[in-house]
Design a protein around this ligand. Structure first.
Ligand code: 5GP
Ligand code: MN
Length: 348
């Protein structure tokens, strides 16, 4: 493999020696990155820790290679990510006209997941771990076994020969910490911990990370959690928890929709509860549905039946309202998913 005419960096002129044997797509991605100069990075609308972490780890790695980098997202990150390095580099737009030699899309099973228009004409490198990826790129690297897209970005950064700076390590750890539901989901492997080990060696402080991601609630959000859990309904003999939010609840707690992030995980702390569904009526008249589950209860299947996606234990979709019509249908579907996948013991 040769590096292209624009290659400035002395850090990596070839990645062949660092790419695991037989990993052709990773090798091709390295080649194309090394020979190109201007990069545009994006990820999905309503970003989460994996999309932000993957994007910014990639951005810092491209900086280290001397590349030009711009980042665009459809929506701003939730407040508790704002203090992480580089968040102010992300431009928020519904329509991009940024010129680039390559667009790297992370965490998106299809291009519409970005929520950003005007990206189709780019040379696209698609890096994702969501089942059902549509392979919309010129290069497509899809690995469903990755616990977070950040694991794949870590491998790419290593293959490019970029050292693990504190910023890169922080974003990789953020991606993994959040996308595993703080090491709760069932897609965690030895590779997950090996990558985390390397990020900690590079200066990440796991306690500080957990505090800033999970312990940074406002008082308003605590009130909102109380109100939501108070109104939570249990069904299917206590195996399914149903949460729903309306604008009155948000207003009375002084919160916005952003403050609901993470609340969906709380009901799963009850031993009996196998799955949680969270309904949000949004301004467009549509209903946003988020789901979480334990073990083999497959909520991705339910999401994909409704045009959404995600993972076995965490998935979502948006459907036309009204909520009163949507709700019983989705609940019945989840009861069936629990019947198919629930464990009767707690599995330890
Ligand atoms: P959340 O419930 O936190 O919004 O999403 C949980 C998981 O499902 C994430 O991996 C997210 O990317 C995925 N997901 C949520 N909503 C959608 C959707 O509308 N379409 C697709 N393809 N994936 C979604
Ligand atoms: Mn992810």
């Amino acid at each position: 493999m040769s590096s292209g005419p624009n290659e400035k960096s002395e850090m990596a002129t070839s990645s062949r020696s660092r790419v695991p044997a037989g990993h052709e797509v990773l090798e091709r991605i390295c080649e194309e990155i090394l020979r190109r100069e201007r990069f545009l990075l994006t990820s999905h609308a309503r970003p989460d820790g994996d999309s932000i972490g993957s994007q910014l780890a990639m951005a810092y790695a491209l900086d280290a290679l001397g590349k030009q980098v711009r980042l665009v997202n459809a929506d701003a990150a939730p407040d508790h990510y704002r203090e992480f390095p580089g968040l102010d580099r992300i431009e928020i737009t519904a329509q991009s006209e940024v010129p680039a030699d390559a667009l790297i899309v992370m965490e998106c099973s299809d291009l519409t997941r970005t929520g950003v228009a005007g990206l189709d004409h780019h040379y696209i490198i698609n890096i994702d771990h969501h089942a059902g990826n549509r392979m919309y790129g010129a290069l497509n690297w899809f690995d469903e076994s990755a616990a977070a897209c950040g694991e794949m970005v870590f491998d790419l950064i290593r293959a490019l020969g970029v050292p693990l700076s504190r910023e890169i390590a922080t974003h990789i750890y953020l991606a993994i910490l959040t996308d595993t539901g703080s090491f709760h989901h069932s897609n965690i492997t030895p590779r997950t911990f090996d990558i985390c080990r390397q990020t900690v060696e590079a200066g990440v402080n796991p306690a500080a990370m957990a505090r800033s991601v999970f312990d940074s609630n406002s008082f308003g959000k605590l009130k909102l959690i109380g109100a939501l859990l108070n109104s939570m309904e249990l069904t299917d003999r206590g195996r399914l928890a149903v949460l729903a939010i309306d604008d009155d609840m948000l207003t009375s707690c002084g919160c916005t929709h952003n403050d609901t992030e993470g609340v969906i995980n709380l009901p799963l702390t009850a031993r009996e509860i196998q799955a949680v569904v969270f309904f949000k009526a949004v301004a467009s008249g549509e209903v946003r549905v988020s789901m979480r589950s334990k073990y083999d209860v497959d909520v991705r299947l339910v999401a994909s039946e409704h045009g959404g996606g995600g993972h076995k234990n965490a998935a979502g979709f948006t459907v036309p309202g009204p909520l009163a019509e949507v709700r019983p249908r989705i609940i019945a579907r989840l009861v069936a998913a629990i019947a198919a996948g629930a464990r009767t013991d707690d599995g330890d």
